[in-house]
Design a protein around this ligand. Structure first.
Ligand SMILES: O=P(O)(O)OC[C@@]1(O)O[C@H](CO)[C@@H](O)[C@@H]1O
Length: 471
């Protein structure tokens, strides 16, 4: 990694401004002053709840108290906007990369630093507070597990609605024995719906909505909401994606693989699993690899434990969706679970869940070859890599504040030449959105308020094919 000068602080390798917490015009300005303190306070509250059931005078208790002190210290650092200190080692190989980059950015403070780096640092720092303890109890502790489970429970009705819809779709379009479908046009319609379901499933991440009522959550996730949101797609490359999938579907003579870099647990993960199930049972690919996070990240990002929790909520809905009456007795969710399980347990597995440490670094994705060579190779071997959510999108475009009419392939910089096929399904919750027509921003936002890139109401389905075309 090349060292950057102080003057380059707001710039990237590409020379474009990045979202920055010292810049009042950036969403990061408020995120740093409002959201980050709130996140740490929530962690402190959750820790207090956990500590209330831990016995006094035990090692776990003493370590819990030490975590508490470190979190208070972190909270006060953010409030006072102190200089950001290097991360303490917790055995993770990624710590060096974080500290190396901090060195090149120095001196930076919480309220005056690049958004992407500092927010990732914050979540990595929280993890060090737990992972540095001797006891497995804290090393493995997920401070947001309860919130993630509560979110899944609240989403029971829409999860049920979605799975029922999928099962009906499957019986209509796909012969489960040979994956055939009558018409290409049928797949087009189905894939369009599935991409949008997976896309808008991202609207309600827990970080944006630290407290939300069940009614509000369901209104954001339900079918009516999605129909309305369909008009809010500002970039829509669905046709190119469908064409690619149809092409890959025909290439049964070779091993085909699709990778999905998933985002949030709960409803969003189930909306991704519906897409997964369709692609596998429709024989669009032989295998799907889901990439989750190695440790709790951005409040609601999916870890292996969250994946397992989602599977158990499908297999035993009665135990999870207790507030939804008859829903718990429905056989749809267990039917869907059996289908997913059959892909996980087939030999070789057609579906896997993995968590590479690269996804919890602060690196823009163009640094994949330098920092995660094997992962990079595996993504190159895939027919398509789908990136879910806002942070993944920001990492694709390196956190740059690109003008909206910048072509996606320009904003992804060096990723353009890395032999990757990239699809991003993102609801806009940042400063920037690229790939729009000239004049389109004025149509979306006539008053020029700029909220449309931030409020999660607009989304993109952006595709870039970086694989060489066959002659
Ligand atoms: O990657 P996701 O889950 O879509 O969204 C995460 C995120 O973009 O949402 C927050 C609210 O704006 C940001 O602080 C944060 O980076």
């Amino acid at each position: 990694m090349t060292a950057r000068s102080k003057e380059d602080l707001w710039h990237l390798e590409s020379g474009i401004d990045v979202s920055h917490s010292g810049n009042q015009a950036s969403i990061a300005f408020n995120v740093a002053r409002v959201s980050w303190p709130k996140i740490v306070s929530t962690v402190i509250e959750n820790l207090n709840v956990a500590l209330s059931s831990v016995e006094q005078d035990t090692q776990i208790r003493a370590e819990g108290d030490a975590i508490f002190d470190e979190l208070q210290q972190l909270r006060s650092e953010i409030d006072r906007s102190s200089t950001i200190p290097p991360l303490l080692g917790d055995g993770g190989n990624d710590i060096e990369g974080y500290n190396m980059e901090l060195e090149t950015l120095r001196p930076v403070s919480w309220h005056n630093s690049p958004w992407m780096y500092t927010e990732c640092y914050l979540f990595r720092r929280l993890q060090t507070c737990f992972a540095r303890r001797k006891s497995e109890f804290w090393q493995e502790y997920d401070i947001w597990a309860e919130q993630k489970l509560a979110n899944t429970k609240m989403s029971g009705k829409v999860i049920f609605e979605l799975v029922e819809w999928f099962l009906a779709l499957r019986s209509r379009f796909i012969d489960p024995k040979n994956g055939t479908s009558p018409l290409l046009a049928d797949h087009r319609i189905a894939i369009e719906d599935l991409l949008q379901i997976s896309l808008w499933g991202n609207t309600a991440d827990l970080l944006s909505l630290l407290a939300i009522s069940p009614e509000e959550l369901q209104s954001r996730q339900g079918f009516q909401a999605r129909k309305h949101l369909k008009n809010n797609l500002v970039v829509d490359d669905t046709d190119q994606v469908v064409n690619l999938l149809e092409q890959v579907r025909a290439e049964t003579h070779r091993d085909r693989e699709i990778h999905i870099v998933v985002d949030n647990a709960g409803f969003e993960l189930i909306s991704d699993l519906v897409l997964v199930a369709y692609l596998l049972c429709g024989n669009f690919t032989d295998k799907i690899v889901l990439h989750g996070k190695k440790f709790p990240w951005y409040v609601s990002d999916a870890t292996q434990n969250d994946f397992d929790t989602v599977l158990s909520s499908l297999s035993s809905p009665g135990a999870v969706f207790t507030d939804h009456g008859r829903l718990g007795e429905s056989s749809s969710l267990p039917t869907f679970y059996s289908l997913i399980r059959s892909y996980l347990c087939s030999n070789p597995p057609r579906l896997t869940f993995t968590a590479d440490p690269f996804w919890t670094t602060a690196h823009p994705f163009a640094r994949l070859p330098t920092f995660a060579h094997n992962l990079y190779k595996s993504l190159q071997d895939a027919d398509l890599v789908i990136f879910k959510g806002d942070l993944n999108y920001r990492k694709l475009i390196a956190g740059g504040r690109w003008p909206a009419d910048t072509p996606f392939e320009v904003a992804i910089g060096p990723l353009k030449d890395m032999n990757l096929r990239i699809l991003t399904l993102r609801t806009c919750k940042g400063d920037t959105c690229v790939g729009l027509r000239k004049g389109q921003v004025e149509e979306i936002d006539p008053a020029g308020k700029g909220e449309w890139t931030r409020n999660g109401q607009f989304g993109v389905i952006s595709f870039f094919d970086g694989k060489p075309k066959e002659a």
